[in-house]
Design a protein around this ligand. Sequence first.
Ligand SMILES: NC(=O)c1ccc[n+]([C@@H]2O[C@H](COP(=O)([O-])OP(=O)(O)OC[C@H]3O[C@@H](n4cnc5c(N)ncnc54)[C@H](OP(=O)(O)O)[C@@H]3O)[C@@H](O)[C@H]2O)c1
Length: 298
Amino acid sequence: MRILVTGRSGQLARALVEVPLPSGWRMVALGRREMDVTMPDRIRGGMERIGPDIVVNTAAWTDVERAEEEREEALALNRDGAAYLAEACKRRGIPLIHISTDYVFDGRKGAAYVEDDRPHPLNVYGHSKLAGEQAVMAIWERSIVLRTAWLFGPYGRNFLRRILKLAQERKMLPVVADQRGSPTCALHLAEVIVEMIRRMAEERAASRRFQGIFHAAGGGDASWHDLAVEVLRVARRLGMSVTAQVVPVRTEERSARAVRPADSRLDSSRLQEVFGLRLPCWREGVSISVQRVSRPEK
Ligand SMILES: NC(=O)c1ccc[n+]([C@@H]2O[C@H](COP(=O)([O-])OP(=O)(O)OC[C@H]3O[C@@H](n4cnc5c(N)ncnc54)[C@H](OP(=O)(O)O)[C@@H]3O)[C@@H](O)[C@H]2O)c1
């Protein structure tokens, strides 16, 4: 089994390449320089060189704020790049796991979202990701759209690392307390993705079960404020010098350009029913991620 991962320097791709693989399996992650997913000929070249049996697309425009101003760039990557990859996978007859987001929803349901709920994004990022999902599903039936949420972990640009850094520099940290979601550790998500691929490889004949949209988010839910408090609690327990006080604030007190859903919790029970897989609680993810940040491996 040869797995090709796009978006090599991103937080999820970096977590994926660390997951131990069954013997004989190989995972290759390619970055923008080796395989720019907005360029079909680069995708063709990368596919020919690696010869994958499956592709995991983690490459994305993830800057929610900047997307408001750079709409075309966000669409080029999140919609068109996803479509080019689906076309390339279809040509080779191999499955695609395309990562998407809870921000395809408007947050007004009042309960956790299931896969069949109607998407209604509130911001450009959400629109571009929804357009990518729709393109992938229309182009290639052997695709999985895997929606995750509030990704954090020891690598890359993410909320956990930002909070740890700011808490060492500032006394007060205002953090939004009226948005709820399903924080997800990138390390846990990466393990689940590899396990999904293992089950897909084992059960080729029934592969139709393994198509369509799945939610894959950490267990439990939280506000950004809850997440920040937990990050600093774990950091202090590990002896990090984080002195800042986390102060709860309301969304309207922050000057954000992008409108965000107030409650974008994801229900991941379909993943459990079909694949028998479940992500651990987000608090466990915070614990292992902060440990990794506080004691980086050599
Ligand atoms: N982060 C979250 O909170 C969150 C929440 C829900 C869903 N998701 C989804 O989860 C997936 C992974 O997110 P992440 O947080 O790991 O993202 P990330 O850390 O921002 O990484 C995205 C990667 O895409 C790469 N990339 C950018 N333009 C590219 C191009 N033209 N061709 C190839 N690669 C390109 C970037 O490379 P450079 O470093 O070279 O720019 C970066 O390594 C995405 O689909 C995202 O939408 C994320």
